[in-house]
Design a protein around this ligand. Structure first.
Ligand SMILES: NC(=O)c1ccc[n+]([C@@H]2O[C@H](COP(=O)([O-])OP(=O)(O)OC[C@H]3O[C@@H](n4cnc5c(N)ncnc54)[C@H](O)[C@@H]3O)[C@@H](O)[C@H]2O)c1
Length: 385
């Protein structure tokens, strides 16, 4: 059996040293390293669902463990939403981005507005000299995504695109096992995603997480072939397909498959990822449990969190605490971004290639050479040209 390394945490919750060494099971005791960090003031653009359910709770939990970050101001056009956010979480409210950037001395901005506004908001912040963490998908066109990444390069300012699952403890650990060579050379990726609710776009809203995970765990993709069906009409957004099956080829020579269903049930369960090496394979079950199978006759090894609920308690397992702390450390100049704007570009490029494959009914090679032409063809397929 492969000797798997031990970890010094309790799998995403209180560090072992705090819980047992310091009798601090909540992990609230003084943390000299974090407490000494430069305080970071963040602005937020868009204070809707993801802001309230993920970012404010993740920031609160980071502050609990001594990470000195705060959301000092937010932009939100809806007065009812803004009133709630100001009452519950505090912060100065603005109705326009320009006002917030003029008034506030910010260290960075979280762009959590609707997808179609990501490019405008990100470019405005980068032009104002501020690092940006933008939600996924990075944009709603490859050409916008390229402009955002180029602006970050030109200004030499960090642009991170949310790929929160990369920061989720089981996926991080899976990546570490792969990097440490525990699986040998990789041969196969398998991913499934059950969207299960019908008011968002199937590939852009959910499946893009799996595209990013495929790239994160397997490396660059060179080809995608997708088939789709509109079987149950589970799309209030009028998306052309409600179930998709895709095969992928990677530059390493590995292959993979991704399936995604909008007529599934979201909570039973949500997602599953498997990676196969040489007589060793691992699976991440619903973003909480990691299982490594490394012998035909021995038992499997697994890590399971104490509170295994990915949808409702996922400041940590959803990866939001991890990505926010990394963003703060990037702003301070003491860590490299573990996900960049260009990573967001490549995930969206893979998504666009899948759309082109669905439109053409043929495999599509990556990288896509002409972003404008790809965007135009994808828009026709979406019926949104
Ligand atoms: N990482 C994930 O798993 C995940 C999950 C959910 C949403 N998201 C992404 O987060 C983003 C926001 O999604 P959501 O579910 O919170 O949507 P939402 O509609 O609940 O929130 C968006 C908010 O932006 C506000 N807004 C609209 N126009 C604005 C403007 N010009 N300036 C500032 N704010 C404006 C809206 O009033 C709304 O409150 C989307 O890009 C979405 O894809 C990511």
């Amino acid at each position: 059996m492969t000797e798997l390394h031990r970890f010094d945490d309790t799998y995403g919750h209180t560090p072992v040293q705090k819980a047992f060494g310091q009798g601090d099971v909540y992990g609230i005791a003084y943390d000299a390293e974090r407490a000494a960090r430069q305080p970071i003031k963040l602005g937020m653009i868009g204070a809707g669902g993801v802001a309230q359910s993920k970012y404010f709770p993740a920031v609160a939990r980071l502050r609990m463990i001594w990470e000195p970050i705060e959301i000092t101001a937010f932009v939100e056009p809806r007065v009812d939403v803004a009133d709630k956010v100001r009452t519950i979480y505090g912060g100065q409210h603005y109705t326009d981005v320009g006002g917030m950037l003029r008034d506030q001395a910010l260290d960075g901005v979280l762009v959590l507005s609707p997808d179609a506004l990501h490019a405008e908001h990100t470019l405005t912040c980068l032009d104002a000299g501020l690092p940006v963490l933008v939600e996924k998908p990075i944009a709603r066109s490859l050409s916008d995504a390229a402009r955002m990444c180029s602006a970050s390069d030109t200004h030499d300012l960090p642009l991170m695109c949310v790929a929160n699952k990369r920061y989720s403890p089981p996926y991080q650990r899976a990546r570490k096992l792969i990097d440490d060579g525990k699986l040998g050379s990789l041969a196969l990726f398998s991913g499934k995603f059950n969207l299960g609710y019908d008011y968002v776009d199937l590939l852009e809203a959910g499946t893009i997480h799996l595209f990013d995970l495929a790239l994160y765990l397997m490396g660059a993709a060179t080809r995608v072939s997708a088939s789709g069906t509109q079987r149950h009409g589970h799309n209030t957004t009028g998306y052309p397909v409600d179930n998709v099956a895709m095969t992928l080829e990677f530059a390493s020579g590995a292959v993979g498959s991704v399936i995604s269903s909008a007529s599934a049930l979201s909570l039973k369960p949500w997602e599953r990822v498997e990676v196969y090496g040489n007589h060793v394979w691992l699976s991440v079950e619903d973003q909480h449990t990691l299982i490594v199978y490394d012998g035909e006759t021995e038992g499997a090894q697994s890590w399971t969190p104490i509170v295994p609920n990915t949808l409702f308690f996922d400041e940590e397992f959803g990866g939001y605490m991890g990505i926010l702390e990394n963003f703060a450390q990037v702003i301070r100049g003491v860590e490299a971004p573990r996900v960049t704007g260009w990573d967001g570009y490549r995930a969206y490029e893979l998504l666009t290639a899948a759309q082109l494959s669905l439109a053409r009914r043929t495999p599509v090679a990556l990288p896509l050479e002409d972003a404008d032409a790809a965007d135009a063809e994808a828009r026709v397929w979406l019926g949104r040209s």
